[in-house]
Write a protein that binds this ligand. Structure first.
Ligand SMILES: Cc1cc2nc3c(=O)[nH]c(=O)nc-3n(C[C@H](O)[C@H](O)[C@H](O)COP(=O)(O)OP(=O)(O)OC[C@H]3O[C@@H](n4cnc5c(N)ncnc54)[C@H](O)[C@@H]3O)c2cc1C
Length: 484
């Protein structure tokens, strides 16, 4: 009998736990540790953030789903790993702190044979003074943040109906942020909603980003095959913004946010200010801050985790210049080099380096996107890690199922509006996510498998995916056949 502990019930951890339960025998135990009582289909938070969906449409309680699936759920956060055991006991352990109301604050040491760290990001609003909910800007990173953003938007719409002009600043709130694709999707949705609510003429919309040029998306841009012509993603994104009257500022770091005012610094124009009535700025990410200890209590955190708090896995972390980055630097199995029974999946693993070319200001601050680990790769990695652990439990000497981001594609559908007939979407697919210039010398990507379209078809796919992925996450009949 083996016990597998999964930390995190997000896209990656939840996928891993569901497949582990399917592939392991009944005698093996699957335990999920996660601090929130609900699952959140985060991509649809965008629709919550413009008031088109309620929180209940993008979340559901995890406990009944796990009970039915025979997965033990502990509503708690992981605080420390003891991968060699503790004191005289060599059994690996994870220390958790309960967040469930009836046990809040209580600690427990949970033994494991295999552990998947799928804890996603810490939303690091504190990196920028004044940034974030409860301060001077809103976010759509969680369902609650998105509800707050929708309330603020509704208030702004009322003002515009009374004839006032309103300024919207949408983007990322730090030079080292990631998730530019989500900010892009929110700005397209916001613009669409303002038109639908007949107040677009009263709104100034600005997209504020750390990308060197729009359409970079943290993946070093894309080259899109459209009817035989290869178009850079910048042209695609700029035309989309120009058609919709959205202005943009690129290469930007946000130094601080005051009520109605963002202090920015751009690589080409230096210091500046941007006034706003509503700002939706996504934070940078770090790891969630789990510590690691040796059996004798020595702090081993820096052995297991990179300085940004993400877990080191089978990647090449040697520091090298941008021109020397290789697709094969990226991990294939997400296994800790220090402990063969320890894996990190989704945003929780430490990328070896950014994907976009890095740029820094005079003080050495990076003003360019950190590498995204979007939903599709996060789920595929979670599934591959689950497959490898199930095989190892059955006697395989090591992982054999690879899920490198340099060998897989991803789709990004920025869909505006949630109505099947009036919406529209900008849909992009890239292959591979991490460019491989040895395999595809011209653009680093297979241009036959990298597409971009604007229209209704992508919009229908996005609505369909919302329902399919929630069906899958609820582990309803046939869930295993729905692709990641
Ligand atoms: C607004 C927005 C829109 C997006 N839209 C898209 C999209 O359209 N398409 C796409 O592909 N991707 C999209 N993404 C990205 C996608 O949501 C992420 O890639 C994905 O959620 C990452 O999965 P994950 O499991 O690594 O992290 P998460 O989904 O964030 O899950 C992390 C889990 O770990 C838990 N946790 C945190 N701390 C601890 C701890 N100490 N111990 C245990 N558990 C812990 C969390 O509560 C959570 O359950 C979007 C992201 C945002 C913010």
């Amino acid at each position: 009998m083996s016990r597998i502990v999964v930390l995190g019930a997000g896209v990656s951890g939840h996928t891993a736990a569901a497949f582990l339960r399917r592939w392991l025998s009944k005698r093996d135990e699957v335990i999920v540790v996660s601090p929130q009582p609900t699952y959140n289909w985060i991509p649809s938070n965008i629709w919550v953030g413009v008031g088109l969906m309620g929180k209940e449409q993008v979340t559901f309680p995890l406990a009944p789903v796990y009970r039915k699936a025979n997965i033990d759920f502990k509503q708690a956060r992981a605080v420390a790993l003891f991968p060699e055991g503790k004191g005289v006991d060599p059994q690996p352990l994870v220390e958790i702190e309960y967040t469930a109301p009836d046990r809040s604050g209580g600690h427990e040491l949970v033994k494991y044979d295999y552990l998947i760290n799928a804890t996603g990001p810490k939303l690091n609003f504190d990196a920028t003074p004044g940034l974030g909910p409860g301060k001077n800007s809103v976010s759509v990173c969680t369902a609650d943040h998105a509800v707050e953003a929708a309330q603020l938007l509704a208030e702004k719409v009322e003002r515009m109906r009374r004839g006032e002009r309103q300024r919207f600043v949408i983007g990322v709130g730090h030079g080292g942020a990631t998730c530019e694709g989500a900010a892009f999707e929110y700005v397209v949705n916001l613009e669409f909603e303002l038109r639908a609510r007949k107040v677009r003429d009263k709104a100034d919309i600005l997209f504020l980003t750390n990308e060197y040029e729009v359409g970079d998306f943290g993946v070093n841009g894309v080259h899109i095959n459209r009817g035989g012509y290869v178009t850079p993603g910048r042209i695609f994104a700029e035309s989309l913004f120009a058609e919709r009257g959205i202005r943009w500022i690129t290469k930007a770091h946000v130094r601080g946010v005051e009520p109605g005012l963002a202090h920015i610094e751009t690589l080409d124009k230096g210091l500046g200010e941007v006034e706003f009535d509503m700002a939706m700025l996504l934070p940078p990410f770090t790891g969630v801050g789990i510590r690691a200890y040796g059996r004798d209590g020595t702090d081993r955190t820096s052995d297991l985790f990179a300085p940004n708090g993400f877990m080191k896995v089978d990647a090449d972390y040697a520091k090298k210049p941008y021109r020397e980055w290789r697709a094969k630097d990226w991990p294939r199995f997400y296994q800790s080099p220090a402990h063969k029974n320890l894996f990190a999946a989704g945003i929780a693993f430490a990328p070896p380096h950014p994907i976009s070319e890095p740029h820094t200001n005079a003080e050495g601050l990076m003003i360019s996107p950190a590498p995204p680990r979007t939903g599709m790769p996060s789920a595929m990695i979670g599934k591959a890690v689950a497959r490898n652990i199930a095989d190892m439990v059955s006697g395989s000497p090591g992982p054999a199922h690879a899920a490198s981001m340099a060998e897989m594609g991803a789709a990004c559908v920025a869909s505006a509006g949630a109505n099947p007939f009036t919406g529209t979407a900008a849909s992009l697919t890239v292959f591979p996510i991490v460019p491989d210039f040895e395999r595809y010398p011209e653009y680093g990507r297979d241009t036959d498998a990298t597409f971009g379209e604007i229209g209704l078809a992508g919009h229908w796919i996005k609505i369909l995916l919302h329902h399919l992925f929630l069906h899958k996450a609820r582990m309803r009949p046939g869930w295993q056949w729905i692709p990641e």
